[in-house]
Design a protein around this ligand. Structure first.
Ligand code: ADP
Ligand code: MG
Length: 347
């Protein structure tokens, strides 16, 4: 697809039905649970497991993404990642997606092809089937809605509400990279707007740019937990930042949390970029979203199984609900976390 990127075919030349056919005629089916994909009034799915898990995510141009620097193919992939990440956070296996799009007249057939290249690459990467969607027009910008379907047996599912006192609070990967990547891309976009001859300066920051433009959902963790006999008691994906996700877990599990500043995993590029922006890297980790890592709790008896695991960092532990959701700083003071970050004790 999109072999000739200079071509700009108006969508009206295809019509809505022609466009859908054109975009979806090469879609393959991988999952045995997909009985019928695109083409009828409904997709037909026959789950292999007892439970189907379903989640949906919406993305709006100008609110969730800026097409000045977000390549369309990356955008398509990332929307799928965000939807799949919720399935993964239930410790389920993603199997199918449906994608609805609202297009404004500024989009050509070739532009939509690029977005679909992203959807299709994501489906290939995650081994999921693209089984349907809807198409409509938009008066303003682009809107993309991805519905993700997955499956898991009852004993495998992990909810937000299972954390118990003394459980260890753990996280995969590192945090704040997607947020600092976004700050960098926004800054370079402003420079470009002021002087279109100026090339963006992204050298040395490939990791955080990648974290923003092409993050991956942690589809590897279900097998990782299984093979190491690690049993998460609660889990959530980090789409809005560590602070806000910790608060969700605490509210749903009716518990409190203690995490330790020095334990929070932050990549060097994230730290460097935060320094350039005179931001505390902790702010990026606590408030910055879109890292799509997993935040989870495990029984303290499983500490030995995760303590030397490069994929997993222990941040702290679960406490009583009345002790609140707090961060112990490197300096030894306890600050209460808020959804936006933290507040100092005097506030
Ligand atoms: P209906 O009129 O019943 O909504 P559509 O013509 O919109 O039917 O859809 C026909 C088929 O194409 C359905 O299988 C639907 O899921 C699929 N489809 C529609 N829009 C899209 C899209 N943007 N991407 C992928 N599949 C789509
Ligand atoms: Mg329709």
């Amino acid at each position: 697809m999109s072999k000739n990127s200079n071509k700009s075919t108006p969508i009206s030349e295809f019509g809505e039905f022609g466009l859908i056919k054109h975009l979806t005629n090469e879609i393959n089916i991988e999952q045995s649970s997909t009985i019928k994909g695109i083409g009828d009034d409904c997709a037909v799915i026959s789950p292999n497991a007892k439970n189907s898990v379903v989640s949906t995510e919406i993305f709006t141009e100008g609110v969730h993404f800026n097409l000045m620097y977000f390549p369309l193919k990356h955008l398509g992939f990332k929307c799928v990642t965000a939807a799949i990440s919720d399935i993964v956070a239930m410790n389920a296996i993603p199997t199918q997606i449906l994608v609805s799009i609202a297009l404004s007249s500024k989009f050509s057939v070739e532009a939509v092809e690029q977005i679909y290249d992203g959807f299709n690459s994501a489906c290939e990467h995650y081994h999921i089937d693209f089984v349907g969607g809807d198409t409509t027009s938009s008066l303003t910008g682009l809107v993309i809605n991805v519905t993700a379907i997955g499956e898991a047996n009852s004993q495998e599912l992990v909810y937000r509400n299972g954390a118990k006192k003394n459980d260890l609070i753990c996280v995969t990967g590192d945090l704040g990279g997607a947020y600092m990547g976004l700050q960098l891309l926004e800054r370079e976009n402003e420079v470009f707007k002021a002087n279109p001859n100026e090339q963006p300066k992204l050298e040395g920051y490939d990791y955080i740019v990648r974290r923003q433009l092409s993050p991956l959902a942690r589809t590897d963790m279900k097998e990782h937990f299984f093979s190491r006999e690690v049993h998460p008691t609660s889990m959530i994906d980090i789409s809005d930042g560590l602070a806000s996700e910790l608060k969700h877990l605490a509210t749903e599990s009716n518990c409190g949390c203690r995490i330790y500043e020095q334990n929070i995993p932050i990549d060097d590029q994230t730290k460097q970029m935060a320094e350039e922006f005179s931001i505390n890297p902790l702010v990026a980790a606590l408030n910055g979203g879109e890292d799509f890592e997993l935040l989870f709790t495990i029984p303290v008896s499983e500490h030995d199984k995760v303590k030397n695991d490069p994929n997993i960092t222990v941040l702290g532990h679960v406490v009583e609900a009345n002790e609140g959701v707090g961060l112990m700083t490197g300096g030894g003071s306890l600050v209460e976390l808020t959804a936006q970050g933290w507040k100092t004790p005097e506030e």
